[in-house]
Design a protein around this ligand. Structure first.
Ligand code: B12
Length: 245
């Protein structure tokens, strides 16, 4: 079994055995080379200094990215409840926890083979003024080829954008995943879908491809006043919720 296969199996088992396994579909895992030239362009592309994988971990070779796509159970509850889906809030908390646990298990597996690794939490690792992180899981996902940026500013994978992700750097050498040669976003493909811009309750996503992060965050802050009101998924509920194009 290759290292990538062992990691895939570990993830699948952990998701399958999780008490909230009904919240998820099959996980997506991708790999980027820590030497991918895109990492040198990130500061400019994002407009905010980013940590290079090789600064995150001495001798870094590979960046692993894991996306846990939410299931129709979560999707239907959000659709039905609009602004206060209890299942989404539950999924938000359990998924952050599960992503952390999976990463720790992967780190143990890597350590048992003599490899080093480093990772960041799934969220809450961003600057609250710029609303930008210096270790962005989305950029890693795009570089690792598991998805492309949508008009909604989320990563749209083959299984859609509704879900959560995490990434990890290791000095183990795992072959990179191929990047798709087209956008998975319907708008970027056909120019015809703008559901995310019209769905956004705070009007933070503009049809010209820009986002007002502060507006989005202010809305989230105002809404998430109880634990059962975490997240606002409205920009992830368009045709790209459960599939990429
Ligand atoms: C800061 C942050 C926020 C801020 C700012 C949002 C934003 N758009 O940046 C606030 C609080 C507003 C927010 C809101 C939400 N967030 Co948030 N957030 C983060 C966090 C912590 C950092 C994101 C970041 O700064 N990335 C830096 C760069 C990559 O992001 P960017 O500036 O948007 O990237 C653009 C440019 O770089 C440019 N670009 C152009 N060409 C290229 C080419 C390349 C190669 C690259 C890299 C970039 C690039 O286009 C990109 C897209 O617009 C991450 C967790 C993490 N550490 O990664 C979660 C994260 C991005 N959030 C997530 C989610 C789900 C949400 C919400 C739906 C809320 C929720 N949890 O229910 C909303 C959606 C808002 C939206 N439509 O973007 C998920 C995204 C999942 C996905 N499918 O993409 C993440 C990854 C959390 C997770 N662990 O899963 N979030």
């Amino acid at each position: 079994m290759t290292l990538a296969e062992e990691i895939q199996e570990l993830i699948q088992v952990m998701v399958k055995n999780h008490p909230k396994t009904r919240y998820y579909r099959e996980p997506i895992v991708g790999y980027a080379s820590a030497s991918d030239p895109l990492y040198d362009q990130l500061d400019e592309l994002i407009g905010n200094p980013q940590i290079h994988p090789k600064d995150m971990l001495k001798g870094a070779q590979t960046v692993l990215v894991l996306f846990l796509p939410y299931s129709e159970v979560v999707y239907r509850d959000i659709k039905g409840n609009q602004l206060a889906s209890t299942i989404l809030s539950d999924a938000y908390m359990y998924t952050n926890e599960l992503l952390d646990k999976i990463m720790k298990q992967i780190q143990q597996l890597l350590a048992s083979k003599g490899y080093h690794s480093a990772c960041e939490p799934p969220t809450e690792n961003f600057d609250h003024v710029t609303k930008t992180a210096c270790w962005g899981h989305k950029s890693n996902a795009v570089i690792a080829g598991i998805g492309t940026f949508g008009l909604n500013h989320l990563v749209i994978t083959k299984k859609g954008c509704l879900g959560r992700m995490n990434s990890l750097v290791t000095d183990a050498c795992i072959p990179p995943t191929e990047r798709p040669n087209h956008s998975y976003c319907l708008f970027y493909q056909t120019g015809k879908c703008r559901v995310c811009t019209t769905n956004c309750p705070s009007g933070a996503i503009y049809p010209d491809g820009t986002i007002d992060k502060k507006r989005c965050d202010a809305y989230l802050e105002g809404k998430n006043i109880h634990d059962w009101q975490q997240g606002c998924p409205q920009c992830s509920l368009g045709p790209c919720a459960l599939k990429g194009f």
